[in-house]
Ligand binder design. Structure first.
Ligand code: C2E
Ligand code: MG
Ligand code: MG
Length: 423
């Protein structure tokens, strides 16, 4: 049975359940990583696998259950006269039916499935909505470790919330409503201001301040990282020029964050070179996360060398949280390691974290790289970092991220040093 057949059955079953005041369950099953098997093994084998899976599902079907294939690797099971507990049992049965590996052409395939479930009339008042809500539950199931989710009304609220966020963010970006804050970085040796990090800010009239932890992933989802990245970079350049013009030139490097998605773009290096070739050249740096660098390491090696040649400095952000290969670390043309905030914040409490920080600093020194410790909040952390030979620091102890004007007032007008300010 295909999607059309299923929809007909579903409409009729809803009608019947309404008359009998009974409940009707709908399971939405989606095979995990089936696309990958199709791509690697070819469609013919994919078809054979689907046929075998359909056979297994059908063998599970009890007299009140109806199995259909919607298309691709998606199946549905309709359960009449059911209850939540019985549905949970059915879910287990269908899941277990895939436990034994499938043997085809002397090859073995282990297939598993994500399952979203919805119940009529509890979760929906008609067939179409029931179908839709089983789909929403499936989307949640795919992200859940159990790979099974029953529909809840909060899922719809969340989806609507997410849609509103997406819409408002796209508008804010298009209408130039984003801003940049700047957080200072200081040398641990001399206390001098050596640079700053530009951090993107979004203040929405309705939603208030939305954290980049929320809107950066949103921009990635919407494939807006490229325009966002370009905006951040030119806004940072404009700020450098503005500070210069008003007689408070910025002495060090201004670093801009780059997301993994921007690194995927093969024209990324040229795009950055174009923007960064404008004055004030030589003052810009980029921060690339460790996990972003390792997504496509060979391409990263090429890009980092092109960027260094264009005069940009490069830091590896959140270092210690990804899976860098030491071989690549040497080959990437980065000059700075930023020690992740989590190690810095725990280094006084945990000897493990202290050792990790010490090791990162020692390794950077061997490779001729600088280190910046992120998230320094108390004097004791600064003292411990200084003792380990860390080059520089950034954190609330020294200064929070602030807008360009405040930054100039606080850090650029007079040649203040970190020790003079934090005391
Ligand atoms: P990140 O690059 O690691 O930035 C450092 C984050 O730590 C910032 O959070 C900063 O406000 C925060 N921070 C700095 N000092 C302290 C401290 O002493 N204590 C604590 N608890 N936190 C401190 P923020 O601004 O919320 O940014 C979060 C992340 O969002 C950034 O992490 C970065 O990955 C991303 N992000 C921000 N702006 C941009 C951007 O323009 N482009 C891209 N691609 N990512 C951005
Ligand atoms: Mg950063
Ligand atoms: Mg960081």
């Amino acid at each position: 049975p295909n999607r059309r057949y299923l929809m007909e059955r579903l409409e009729a079953a809803c009608e019947q359940a309404r008359l009998r005041t009974s409940q009707l369950g709908l399971l939405y099953l989606d095979l995990q990583r089936f696309r990958q098997i199709n791509d690697i093994q070819g469609y013919e084998l994919g078809d054979q696998l689907l046929a075998e899976i359909a056979r297994r599902f059908r063998a599970q079907a009890e007299s009140n259950e109806f199995v259909a294939r919607l298309g691709g690797d998606e199946f549905m099971v309709l359960l009449s006269e059911t209850r939540p507990a019985a549905m949970a049992h059915a879910i287990e049965r269908y899941r277990t039916s895939l436990l034994a590996p499938i043997q085809l052409d002397e090859r073995c395939f282990s297939i598993s499935t994500s399952i979203g479930a919805a119940l009529f009339p509890r979760d929906a008042g008609n067939a179409r909505t029931l179908f839709q809500h089983a789909g929403i539950a499936l989307n949640h199931a795919k992200r859940d470790t159990s790979h099974t989710r029953f529909f809840t009304t909060s899922m719809v609220d969340e989806l609507q919330q997410h849609e509103i966020l997406q819409l408002r963010f796209s508008e804010a970006l298009a209408e130039g409503k984003l801003t940049l804050d700047f957080q200072p970085q200081f040398s641990l040796e001399t206390g001098e201001l050596i640079g700053a990090e530009a951090l993107c800010r979004w203040h929405d009239e309705l939603l208030g301040n939305v954290s980049p932890g929320i809107f950066i992933p949103l921009a990635e989802e919407l494939e807006l990282m490229r325009p966002l990245g370009e905006w951040v970079l030119s806004a940072a350049c404009q700020q450098l020029t503005a500070w210069e013009r008003q007689g408070t030139p910025f002495p060090g490097r201004l670093s801009v964050n780059v997301s993994a998605q921007q690194m995927d773009d093969p024209h990324f290096a040229e795009q950055i070179q174009r923007i960064a070739s404008r004055p004030p050249a030589g003052k810009l740096g980029l921060e690339l996360t460790e996990s972003g660098l390792m997504r496509n390491p060979e391409q990263t090696v090429r890009i980092t060398h092109a960027l260094r040649q264009a005069g940009l400095s490069l830091a590896i952000d959140d270092f210690g949280t990804g899976y860098s290969s030491l071989t690549y670390l040497k080959r990437f043309a980065a000059d700075t390691l930023k020690i992740d905030i989590s190690f810095v914040q725990d280094m006084l409490k945990s000897s493990h974290d202290h050792t990790i920080v010490a090791t990162i600093i020692a390794m950077a020194q061997t490779l001729g790289m600088q280190t910046v410790a992120e998230g320094v909040e108390v004097e004791e952390q600064a003292a411990a970092l200084r003792e380990l030979g860390c080059s520089s620091v950034q954190g609330f102890l020294y200064g929070r991220p602030v807008d360009g004007e405040t930054f100039a007032k606080l850090w650029l007008s007079t040649p203040l040093t970190a020790s003079a300010c934090s005391g």
